[in-house]
Design a protein. Structure first.
Length: 144
């Protein structure tokens, strides 16, 4: 099972991938969702788009998302989230608290898992709940 893009490649079931591998792909998936959302707000200078996206992608924001969505998760999703949080990474965060960084890794692992499992609607549902955005008209205010 895979997404349209993944169907072109040999895929390994998400449950066979390490939490850090899931976080690796999840980081890109999360970034793409954020950039798509920011661009959907309208045409703007790229530096403004980058600033808005960066405020959502940073570890502190992802750590806040962790706590907002954890009670919404299925047993499998919660397991991935916690395994990602508990994974021992060899990188040290430059601009983030270690606790925030670990929680953010859990969120990224979850998004990687959902992507590999072709559950992007679920990923978007959790993303919206995690950032507390109901409509695009109030995104800028709610995200800040």
């Amino acid at each position: 099972m895979g997404s349209v893009i993944l169907d072109e490649f040999k895929t390994i079931p998400a449950k066979q991938l390490s939490p850090l591998v899931l976080a690796y792909i999840g980081d890109a998936v999360f970034e793409l969702i954020v950039r798509t959302m920011v661009v959907s707000w309208g045409n703007a200078p790229v530096n403004k788009l980058h600033k808005e996206a960066s405020s959502i992608v940073k570890a502190k924001s992802q750590a806040e998302m962790y706590f907002k969505i954890e009670n919404m998760l299925t047993e499998d999703e919660l397991s991935v989230l916690k395994k990602g949080r508990n994974a021992k990474s060899f990188t040290v965060p430059k601009n983030a608290d270690v606790s925030d960084y670990r929680h953010a890794t859990g969120v990224e692992a979850l998004f990687g898992y959902l992507y590999i499992e072709n559950k992007m609607e679920r990923a978007l549902e959790l993303f919206k709940a995690g950032i507390g955005v109901e409509t695009k008209e109030n995104c800028f205010e709610q995200v800040r």
